[in-house]
Write a protein that binds this ligand. Structure first.
Ligand SMILES: [Zn+2]
Length: 112
């Protein structure tokens, strides 16, 4: 039987990591994805272990290297089209739902 030894670290906060005394069952970091057990100890708000957080690029340099993509008019139109498609899908789903509900209501009223 293996001895359970939770991974802990005192390095300062970075990305999803923050030091603390809260036991987390799972780390969302890339390095831990392959592991069966990725439990670790950190702050309650931490979502990944220090190893994974420190393996990621620096949060500040990240902004310089990868700036937010510029929103072009074409992109905006595509987004609006997408939105309308989603609304239409919701409308269709609602219609189906209401049809099914009407049928169910009729069955309840129908004594036979
Ligand atoms: Zn991890």
């Amino acid at each position: 039987m293996a001895i359970v030894r939770w991974k802990t670290d005192s390095r300062p906060q970075r990305h999803g990591w923050a030091p603390g005394e809260y036991i987390h069952a799972r780390c969302v970091g890339q390095l831990c994805q392959e592991l069966d057990d990725s439990s670790f100890i950190g702050a309650k708000r931490a979502i990944m272990c220090a190893d994974c957080a420190y393996a990621l690029p620096d949060p500040q340099s990240e902004q310089v290297v990868d700036p937010a993509p510029k929103l072009t008019q074409e992109k905006l139109i595509e987004m609006i089209k997408d939105m309308f498609r989603q609304v239409r899908q919701i409308e269709l789903a609602l219609e189906e739902f209401e049809d099914a509900r009407d049928e169910a209501d009729q069955h309840e009223i129908d004594p036979g």
